[in-house]
Design a protein around this ligand. Structure first.
Ligand SMILES: Nc1ncnc2c1ncn2[C@@H]1O[C@H](COP(=O)(O)OP(=O)(O)OP(=O)(O)O)[C@@H](O)[C@H]1O
Ligand SMILES: [Mg+2]
Length: 276
């Protein structure tokens, strides 16, 4: 396991993806912040758990972690304690309300928001020890192209790029995909359009991004965006967050909840093997 994960490049931010452990580490990332990564990670985890998968969500947004807030959990032991050697990894794993496991970063992680060799090694060690125990590990990353975010994404076999239809979000998604293609040789990026104005409108957005990539990004390999689905703007999302409940528990049948269930199904068709 460990040798699969050993980085080969000297500088982490230019690591050439030696690090894909399995087909089941999915990075939930975005170009622009605040587009819904944490909401998607937590609720997708619940939807996958409901379908019988053993899921863990890792709060990989080391600087600005807030998965604990969304899940209404008050962890005594966090990733911070594991990083500093104060606690064992297994003691930091909590059961979330939606039937999945979480590893929360805790506010003390601010000092780890810069990618030092120690942070990189610890991150690798943690992920490589977790992967064999779960069907799916979702990394709820920060936004953009900082070296910590890029490193977290480099550990994943699949990238789920969350974007909203706003031009700023799309520009940032494009810029981020460009970096992932150049730096990590990504050939496939899966796009989730969140806060879509109406159902079905996200496909046009993914197609538009694909056209811009085809036109302006020159690579020696094809880049394929796969549209994974749209999640509509839904007032229930905000209400669930305000009540610090998972949408998939509070109102799973609302439009956004149904879209997340559909996304879980689509992932099962394309990326994650069906549970035995
Ligand atoms: N489909 C939706 N419908 C309505 N509101 C939404 C939807 N998705 C997200 N939101 C709103 O957007 C807010 C931000 O979501 P979230 O915290 O998941 O974003 P993020 O990408 O994780 O942010 P950050 O980049 O700061 O980590 C939520 O608190 C919620 O109010
Ligand atoms: Mg977040």
């Amino acid at each position: 396991m460990n040798d699969v994960l050993t980085p080969t490049a000297e500088h982490p931010s230019t690591a050439k993806l030696p690090l894909r452990p399995h087909g089941k580490v999915l990075a939930v990332t975005s170009g622009k912040g605040g587009v819904g990564k944490t909401f998607v990670s937590a609720n997708l985890a619940a939807a996958l758990a409901k379908r019988g998968h053993k899921v863990l969500v890792l709060d990989a947004d080391l600087g600005l972690a807030n998965l604990d807030v969304v899940l209404n959990l008050y962890p005594k032991i966090t990733l911070h304690d594991v990083f500093t050697g104060k606690a064992k990894l297994e003691d930091a794993i909590l059961q979330a309300p939606g039937g999945f496991s979480v590893l929360l970063a805790g506010s003390g992680m601010v000092e780890y928001s810069r990618l030092t060799p120690e942070v990189r090694d610890e991150f690798l060690r943690i992920i490589s020890s977790l992967v064999p125990h779960y069907d799916v590990v979702l990394l709820d990353t920060g936004a953009g192209i900082s070296d910590v975010v890029l490193f977290a994404v480099s550990l994943a076999s699949e990238v789920l790029m969350v974007a909203t239809p706003e031009p700023t979000s799309l520009t940032d998604a494009y810029a981020t995909i460009k970096v992932l293609v150049g730096q990590q040789q990504r050939q496939t990026v899966r796009v989730i359009v969140n806060q879509a104005a109406r159902p079905g409108s996200g496909l046009a957005i993914t197609n538009q991004l694909q056209q811009v990539l085809d036109r302006f990004v020159v690579t020696d390999h094809p880049i394929r965006l796969v549209h994974m689905g749209d999640i509509p703007v839904d007032p229930e999302v905000r209400q669930a967050i305000m009540r610090r409940q998972l949408l998939m528990q509070a109102t799973p049948g609302c439009p956004a909840g149904a879209a997340i269930s559909q996304l879980a199904r689509k992932l099962e068709e394309s990326v994650i093997p069906k549970p035995a």
